[in-house]
Design a protein around this ligand. Structure first.
Ligand SMILES: Cc1ncc(COP(=O)(O)O)c(C=O)c1O
Length: 401
């Protein structure tokens, strides 16, 4: 096993990393899972498995109680009420549901949907489709010269035609975090709704729906130490009452007759069919773990490692850095395609994403086809960044750059 120069106390909690030499620098794609979350999934299937909200026997009632307990845990974590928390497959599903179940009712021809050039395709393509369906127009907020969200441009673009503002909380490429409370206030001044893509932010900063005052907020369990296939859509109670379900089926109804059906109230009206119960319980355990580590500690590690990485990479001639913030650094090695760099890094056990990061309009804006991204979590330390810098130096020599 590789000698580690810095002792990381959290790595031991993550079996995939604790028992290997892998240097995992792709937590923005998905975080590794701590043993407690893996155990919660196994335990559910070994001792608690039953369908929820249907069974009248003890095992089923206990599973329902655990599932609803997980919902309460999420509500506590994001400072909302439990009936404002809908379980989804992940951020993508949540954003599609808002676009199709809510925004489609609100938008008319000529209305505007304001998004930013930094959006992940999950918070962009659903809006393109809804704009095409309703005759609304997509309007973009661009970046400042130092590649930050341009609040001045936002204020210029926001107007009485704006009906939906859909923004990331934390960029998956540049790592910057937006001021959601301020954006909500500006948005509401024009009577528009603020939809937030929280996929990256959920494991990196405090989530407080009451303080943010956004109208909808979507995030994914798998990026915050939880299982894949579970996510959360928060919506303000009065808006969830207006929003239509996008899927229909079992357990979301009060009564069904031959020609029509009457739906339950939120959140159950959105949770049609058998749900990812083990996933929801696993997400609850991931939240316990996150709280135990402490978001403030995570923020400290994020900022520390992205700054350390910036300094290390800047020492290498021919590296262009695009963004470095909150546990993310995106860069290219001039003259070498990022896919080639990623393959060479892999040979040194370094796991890094290379590509357009599901943010093609941003890549076009930056005038690059793709880039590399190192993203950190609490199981990373300086030795991981040192290994990345050393490997990049070797690759640079190999390509004669
Ligand atoms: C900013 C952002 N939004 C949305 C998503 C989509 O998340 P998921 O694939 O979990 O639905 C991602 C995933 O990388 C993301 O980084």
């Amino acid at each position: 096993m590789r000698e580690r120069s810095v002792k990381n106390n959290y790595k031991a909690d993550f079996p995939l990393l604790a028992n290997s030499d892998l240097i995992y620098l792709d937590s923005a794609a998905t975080s590794q899972k701590p043993q407690c979350v893996i155990d919660a999934l196994t335990n559910y299937y070994q001792t608690q498995n039953a369908n929820v909200h249907r069974a009248l026997y003890g095992l089923g009632e206990a599973a329902t109680a655990e599932y609803e307990q997980a919902r309460k845990k999420v509500a506590g974590f994001i400072n909302s009420e439990a009936d404002e928390v809908i379980f989804t497959k992940g951020t993508t599903q949540g954003l599609n549901w808002i676009a199709n179940g809510f925004a489609e009712q609100v938008l008319k021809p000529g209305d505007e949907i304001l998004i930013s050039i930094e959006e992940h395709h999950s918070n962009l393509v659903p809006w393109q489709i809804i704009a095409q369906k309703t005759g609304a127009k997509l309007v973009y907020v661009y970046l400042t010269a130092d590649l930050n969200f341009d609040y001045a441009d936002f204020e210029v673009k926001l107007n009485s035609k704006t009906k939906i503002v859909a923004l990331h909380h934390m960029s998956n490429v540049l790592g910057n975090i937006l001021d959601i409370s301020k954006l909500a206030e500006l948005t509401h001044n024009f009577g528009a709704y603020l939809v937030v893509d929280g996929a990256q932010a959920a494991a990196h900063t405090v989530l407080d729906m009451k303080k943010f005052d956004c109208d909808f907020y979507a995030f994914s369990g798998h990026k915050m130490f939880g299982p894949m296939g579970i996510g959360v859509l928060f919506g303000k109670r009065e808006l969830l009452a207006k929003m239509q379900p996008v899927e229909y089926g079992g357990e979301m109804i009060n009564e069904v007759s031959e020609q029509s059906a009457d739906f339950k109230a939120a959140p159950l009206k959105f949770e049609a069919g058998t749900q990812n119960v083990a996933g929801a319980i696993g997400l609850g355990v991931a939240i316990d773990y996150l709280k135990q580590v402490g978001i403030t500690n995570i923020e400290k590690v994020d900022l520390d490692l992205s700054k350390y990485a910036k300094n290390k990479l800047e020492e290498i001639d021919g590296i262009t850095i695009y963004g470095h913030n909150h546990g993310i650094i995106s860069f290219n090695l001039d003259g070498v395609h990022p896919h080639d760099v990623a393959s060479f890094l892999d040979a040194d056990d370094l796991c890094l994403r290379a590509g357009h990061h599901c943010a093609e309009p941003l890549m076009n804006y930056l005038k690059i086809p793709a880039c590399l991204r190192a993203s950190f979590s609490i199981y990373n330390d300086y030795s991981d960044v040192d290994a990345l810098a050393n490997s990049l130096k070797k690759i640079k020599e190999f390509f004669g750059k």
